[in-house]
Design a protein around this ligand. Structure first.
Ligand SMILES: [Zn+2]
Length: 863
């Protein structure tokens, strides 16, 4: 018996909750009455409560006397045991409790956030306040509803929630459903705001927000009003999100074939927010950068971030909120599905953005972590709540999403959609497991889905598919084994069921073929010797490809257009992974990159630039200037072709590419001419912000930081503090990690603990510093010296992401020190997170040791 799980002898069906926060004091009180069904005679009720003081506890069933109970709190399991003087007979009862708590400052449970009003551009508008104001907001997933009200805080205990908030008259309250009454409480300066009952749903989806907030006009989709809420003065930044929100709501209603399950939809920007966003039914909360944006001044990546996150959360209203996983081991299904649907919706909204090609970058991030010996299966048993916290990672979201995309493409999109509709219809208002989705997809497709899927979901890792020709040259031999960076090639592993799409040209004839590779090796006979073969056609497969030398040469010699952009992306990304794994040499990889000087696709460049950044971190200091020369050599042609200003009618992703190339050539390439040009562009931008393209200006800021001194630092710090948009704030904040002068970097480090940078951002800033070649020694020392303070101040998720920065401390001495630090303090980051970081660090150091000499020789030709 898992001591974290609640007994099912008493089951709640409806909560009436009344909450009264005191924002200035940072406290709250509450009371609730819960309708429960007692299934068998019991003398105690066990439910979840944490960091709460329980006061009045009574229960009655309308037939006998009211019984008064006493509570014992169990800290370790976060449960309350309510004991009554006599046994409760089976049947329905009304349990009443009153309680009190403290508003948290760790961005979880019921917590406090500080709202700065919009920065005046010239002088403050008359109606906007200039003082900071307080906001009280909830964040319950995974298991923090219990910090706001005692409840059965497990996803399978679905119930109806009816909330009343007692707040200051001048404040606004938002919750999952619409307001049904609002009454002044005479003589108190307060009002009671009552909300309509919710649908039957899980506790982690309950939400409320109290503060001084402003909303956009509502836009209606099938009668559902959609509003964006934010700090006063910021609604001018809400139009873009409202547009994608309205599109998504309509798109998903059609895709799922089912109406939206709520009675209104509010999207709320929260100034202090630990995650990206949270899918509370009808009241989705976001960090500001994921919701508010100035469409005309934003870089492409900043706009896609808003579109992706909004679509993702709205996809959850059905998948997650209406149908919910039975327990946290099924979290992946919620998140993988929402990740998959977000791409589908945004791709339908803006086809020119080519989101599925860009998804290659997300898939690559999952392939990286899943290539570690310390990877984990997508789904694994979850015992304690902290195990569920560690599930919010790239394997749950990106690997899960990629695997769903693979099966969707294998089955056919309409068959997949029919299976999803069947699953939602069968389980709405209830809970489901992974196998329920496989069953529904299997019924829709008449394929044995569990057999195909189990290897991808319940086992860690993925295959490296090797393809070679036999001696005749007319037979393709496909083989598979698990890909690992540090493992040995001879290690055997159980085969996956790999749906392989490939394209082959034989005797001038191009054909696409399908193969389900389910054993260690399969042979495919061709009508003749192939001119070339492209494996993983369309790039949807979650595996890597290694071509035999002959096939690789034929592919390299084939015209550029033979490969689609996502296939070129995979070719580079797989080649780089094989290099890190020691299956290809660094020199061979760099030779391959020389063939991409004319590349025009932004995603392919993302793969190339990531590998150059990695190399820049592991080359010997004496080789750095030659590495910079190599970057200039590889990027120069493409960067020169694009110039510094967009051509009329140019695609948004071309503008994004221009920004990324300029940034890389000005920082990794340390290009003096580009740096000089960046100074001119910034001067022009200072005079007239609209004179420079947003993607270019974002790059210019990074380039100026790289070559900048005291004056630039002071200016950027000030720009961070007075930014007009969340995106501008982020650009300037992160630029402070991009300087090279040790004194300036030390000042940035000090900022991370000073309170000037919000705790939602500070750990990410530290991560950037750890990942900088110029800051890493300082930053690592700073982390060691201030670990306790960071642990106390930062949200746990932020601390975990901060530590990702250790993966790039790629010298043998630093690696030793890092291991020593984490081991001696017995630090756990939840799940296998720390092991995975340490393994990535080992890979980097091993690569450095293996390739140092050959890289020095290779780079000797560059200056
Ligand atoms: Zn999600």
């Amino acid at each position: 018996m898992n001591s974290y799980r609640l007994p099912r002898s008493v089951v709640p069906s409806q909560y009436e909750i009344r909450i009264e926060p005191d924002l200035p004091a940072g406290t709250f009180t509450g009371s609730e009455t819960i309708e429960v069904m007692v299934q068998e005679p019991v003398s105690e009720i066990v439910l979840n409560a944490a960091d709460l003081a329980l006061r009045e506890i009574t229960i009655q069933n309308g037939r006998g006397p009211t019984l008064r109970g006493t509570a014992t709190l169990e800290d370790g399991t976060e449960r309350a045991r309510l004991v009554f003087p006599q046994a409760l007979s089976p049947g329905s009862w009304r349990l009443s409790l009153s309680f009190a708590g403290v508003l948290s400052d760790k961005l979880r449970g019921f917590y406090r956030s500080t709202m700065k009003p919009a920065q005046p551009r010239v002088s403050p508008p008359a109606d906007a306040g200039t003082e900071e104001s307080l906001l009280a907001v909830t964040q319950f997933e995974a298991t923090d509803a219990r910090r706001a009200f005692p409840c059965w805080d497990e996803p399978a205990f679905k119930a109806v929630f009816q909330l009343t908030l007692v707040i200051e008259e001048g404040l606004t309250a938002i919750s999952n459903t619409r307001v049904i009454d609002e009454d002044r409480i005479p003589g108190t300066g307060k009002k009671a705001v009552g909300f309509a009952p919710t649908i039957r749903m899980s506790t982690y989806l309950v939400a409320w927000i109290v503060g001084r907030l402003e909303a956009t006009e509502a836009v209606r989709v099938d009668g559902t009003p959609i509003r964006i809420w934010c700090a006063p003065g910021k609604t001018r930044l809400a139009g873009f999100a409202r547009e994608i929100a309205a599109f998504s709501l309509r798109f998903f209603r059609e895709y799922y074939g089912m109406p939206y399950p709520g009675d209104k939809l509010d999207l709320i920007a929260i100034p202090d927010f630990a995650f990206g966003a949270m899918e509370n039914l009808g009241a989705i909360t976001f960090r500001e950068t994921a919701l508010l944006v100035d469409e005309g001044a934003a870089a492409h990546a900043e706009l896609t971030r808003v579109a992706d996150v909004v679509a993702h959360e709205i996809a959850h209203m059905w998948f997650g909120d209406l149908v919910t996983m039975a327990w946290w081991n099924g979290l992946w299904l919620n998140e993988a599905f929402a990740t998959f649907m977000e791409m589908l919706a945004v791709d339908a909204w803006k086809p020119a953005w080519q989101r599925w090609v860009a998804f290659g970058v997300s898939r690559a991030a999952a392939l990286l972590v899943d290539g570690l010996a310390s990877s984990r299966p997508i789904e694994f048993p979850v015992v304690a709540p902290k195990d569920a916290d560690a599930m919010f990672d790239v394997l749950t979201y990106e690997k899960g999403g990629a695997v769903l995309r693979m099966v969707e493409q294998y089955l056919d999109p309409s068959v997949f959609r029919d299976g999803v509709r069947r699953y939602l219809a069968d389980h709405r208002f209830g809970n489901a497991q992974t196998n329920d989705l496989w069953r529904a997809l299997g019924e829709a497709s008449r394929e044995n889905i569990p057999v195909i899927m189990d290897g991808w979901i319940f086992r860690p890792g993925y295959p490296l598919v090797t393809v070679r020709t036999d001696d005749s040259g007319k037979v393709l031999r496909f083989s598979q084994r698990r890909f690992t960076y540090l493992g040995k090639e001879s290690e055997a592993s159980e085969p996956w069921q790999v749906p392989i799409n490939f394209r082959v040209r034989v005797k001038g004839d191009v054909q696409s073929k399908r193969l389900l590779l389910f054993s260690a090796e399969e042979r495919v006979e061709l009508p003749g010797r192939p001119d070339w073969v492209v494996v993983n056609e369309g790039g949807h497969g979650f595996y890597r490809v290694r071509y035999g030398p002959d096939l690789l040469r034929r592919l390299a010699d084939a015209p550029f257009e033979v490969l689609m952009p996502v296939e070129r992306f995979n070719l580079i990304n797989d080649a780089w992974a094989l290099t890190l794994a020691g299956l290809t040499s660094g020199g061979e990889y760099l030779d391959l990159t020389a063939g991409f000087r004319e590349e025009a696709d932004r995603n392919v460049w993302t793969a190339l630039l990531a590998s150059f950044a990695y190399l820049s971190r592991v080359v010997e200091p004496g080789d750095r200037s030659r590495m910079e020369a190599l970057v200039r050599d590889r990027l120069g042609t493409a960067a020169a072709r694009l110039g510094f200003a967009p051509a009329p009618g140019e695609d948004e992703i071309v503008r994004q590419l221009r920004g990324e190339l300029l940034r890389a050539i000005g920082t990794l390439g340390n290009d003096q001419a580009i740096q000089a040009r960046a100074r001119d562009l910034y001067a022009a931008h200072r005079q007239d912000p609209s004179s420079v393209d947003p993607d270019v200006i974002a790059a210019v800021i990074a380039v100026l930081a790289h070559g900048g001194g005291e004056a630039e630092y002071a200016e950027f710090l000030d720009k961070f503090k007075t930014a007009q948009t969340p995106q501008e704030e982020q650009r300037y904040l992160y630029s402070l990690a991009g300087f090279r002068d040790a004194g300036l970097l030390r000042r940035t480090l000090d900022l991370t603990l000073s309170g000037e940078v919000r705790t939602q951002d500070a750990p990410y800033l530290v991560r950037s510093l750890l990942m900088s070649v110029y800051a890493r020694d300082l930053a690592w020392r700073f982390v060691k010296d201030n670990w306790e303070t960071m642990e106390r101040q930062y949200p746990l998720g932020g601390l975990r992401r901060m530590c990702e920065g250790i993966t790039t401390l790629a010298t043998p001495a630093l690696e030793e020190d890092v291991r020593q630090f984490f081991t001696s303090r017995n630090i756990s980051l939840g799940g296998k997170t720390l092991e995975q970081y340490l393994e990535q660090l080992r890979i980097a150091v091993a690569f450095r040791e293996r390739e140092a000499g050959t890289l020095t020789d290779y780079l000797a030709g560059f200056r």
